[in-house]
Design a binder for this molecule. Structure first.
Ligand SMILES: Cc1cc2nc3c(=O)[nH]c(=O)nc-3n(C[C@H](O)[C@H](O)[C@H](O)COP(=O)(O)OP(=O)(O)OC[C@H]3O[C@@H](n4cnc5c(N)ncnc54)[C@H](O)[C@@H]3O)c2cc1C
Length: 465
């Protein structure tokens, strides 16, 4: 601790980094510890905020002070039993207090409308993730945290005992520089922005995955590599990613199109290939979008609907593309617009329509309605099976776009980075960089865990001073 001041460097200006910085500043002030706290962010000021800035930021609580009783069990279930119970128990225990703390720093919450369908309870900061970035940046500045933009973390430095001693960066002038640090908090996201790592962990085609938002590109696995280089253990599902179906024509960030359950989806050969009605969108979108990218010809498919889409109350909520769908009075005209073989698509729609034997009056876009197609239909359609026979016909092109990866570094419930021999002295991590998701992303938990464990990291860094 040179000059009696404890130096903390936090890498990343998203939810995890900001909560760590602000919590560290408050903890230091409360404990009377002289601390120099700096956030380093590779993006220029104004482009900071990572994925957090672009997320609508749904968070899995019933209210800011309350989680659902089945929260932890659900976290285990979505991973097929692979997620670490202790991690999610700590998350559940700290979440209400963390939400209260965010509120106290100017982040108001409401109960949002979530696309069209029901699902687990969720709250949302008014203004989404951008509000978290803006308000916590303001609060951290006021608390004395310093920010270095256009400053890219490259490597961790350790002292002779193996404890963290500094961070090597490339600074805004493009020069190498070492920032002395008694502790470092890594909060710089997953590896979705690195084509080579995507190829390595997801196989051929990983390198060409579309990134869902501008913030997504900044997380190139640098923090993961730095931590592994100093002996951190890898953790999480290295074959796991959160990916969503988007409209490739759109210029919007995250232009998801989530109306596919209400029609059919065909590939470029005009054939259906999955059960579009297997579940609510947040239960099917990840496997569906991944399938589009890795299994379908041309890595693109079409959601085919008819004018009944527009009868669904608030259907626009499930479409974040500003580009209207292809639209035609007949299927023959529609195929001419999208380039799918005419006969194949007409046969697919005819077969599907013949299998729609349930009472269409039961159709309910907001929940699994049990409107199942005849069992002869292959692949089956388990809900929302209503014939497509009311022109105009509509088609949305869809591709898969990655939001974040699951593989990362091992951390304990105190946000300490773990190596083979236990915690690495002075090294902490929180958010997307940590490997705690397996199989499927738990819905509306990524920012929640970034905020909760970022705050834990910030407090513990100072307590360990
Ligand atoms: C479109 C979209 C929608 C989403 N919707 C939801 C949702 O509704 N609910 C939910 O819970 N989650 C959602 N997510 C996921 C969630 O937003 C992220 O997982 C979460 O915000 C990650 O927070 P973080 O602080 O760990 O990383 P980030 O917010 O990504 O911040 C990481 C920061 O580190 C910086 N950085 C990276 N490398 C370096 C380096 N070498 N040196 C310096 N800085 C570096 C980046 O520039 C970035 O600013 C969504 C994501 C996207 C993209």
């Amino acid at each position: 601790m040179p000059n009696g001041t404890f130096s903390i460097v936090i890498v990343g200006h998203g939810a995890a980094g900001l909560t760590a910085a602000l919590a560290a500043a408050e903890e230091a002030r409360g404990a009377g510890v002289a601390a120099d706290i700096m956030v380093v962010e590779r993006a220029a000021e104004g482009a900071h905020g990572g994925n957090t800035r672009f997320t609508p930021c749904y968070m899995r609580l019933e209210a800011p002070d309350r989680l659902s009783a089945d929260f932890v069990e659900d976290m285990i279930a979505v991973s097929g039993g692979r997620n670490d119970r202790g991690y999610f128990e700590r998350l559940a225990a700290e979440a209400p207090a963390t939400m209260g703390w965010l509120q106290s720093h100017g982040v108001p919450f409401h109960n949002p409308v979530y696309y069209l369908s029901v699902g687990p309870p969720r709250i949302q900061p008014i203004g989404g993730g951008e509000t978290i970035v803006r308000e916590l940046t303001r609060a951290a500045n006021a608390a004395g945290v310093r920010f270095r933009y256009s400053c890219k973390a490259e490597r961790l430095q350790r002292d002779a005992r193996g404890a963290i001693a500094g961070l090597g960066v490339t600074n805004a002038e493009g020069a190498g520089e070492t920032l002395p640090a008694d502790a470092v908090v890594l909060a710089c996201g997953g590896f979705q922005g690195d084509a080579d790592m995507l190829h390595q962990h997801f196989g051929s085609g990983g390198e060409s995955l579309r990134l869902i938002s501008p913030g997504t590109a900044l997380n190139t696995g640098a923090g993961i590599r730095m931590a592994l280089d100093v002996g951190a253990s890898p953790a999480g599902d290295w074959n796991g990613m959160h990916i969503e179906p988007i409209d490739p024509r759109s210029a919007n960030p995250a232009p998801v199109v989530l109306v596919y359950p209400y029609g059919i989806v065909v590939d470029r050969t005009g054939k259906r290939f999955f059960d579009e009605g297997a579940g609510l969108v947040h239960e099917t979108w990840e496997a569906f979008a991944r399938d589009i990218h890795f299994e379908r010809p041309g890595r693109e498919v079409y959601a085919i609907l008819d004018s009944r889409l527009r009868d669904i109350t608030n259907f626009e909520r499930a479409i974040r593309s500003e580009v209207p769908p292809f639209e035609a009075a007949t299927l023959a005209e529609l195929v001419a617009l999208i380039g799918v073989p005419a006969r194949a698509l007409e046969a697919t729609v005819a077969g599907y329509n013949a299998a729609c034997i349930g009472n269409p009056a039961r159709f309910d876009a907001t929940d699994k309605d049990g409107l199942i197609a005849a069992s002869a239909l292959a692949p089956p359609k388990s809900n929302w099976a209503r014939a497509l026979d009311k022109p105009p016909y509509l088609a949305y092109p869809l591709i898969g776009a990655i939001a974040y990866t699951f593989g990362g570094v091992a951390t304990d419930t105190d946000a300490r980075v773990l190596g083979a021999d236990g915690a690495i002295a002075g090294l902490y991590a929180a958010g997307e960089i940590t490997g705690h998701f397996h199989g499927t992303a738990p819905n509306a938990v990524a920012v929640l865990r970034a905020a909760v464990f970022g705050r834990i990291a910030g407090r513990n860094v100072v307590r360990g001073a």
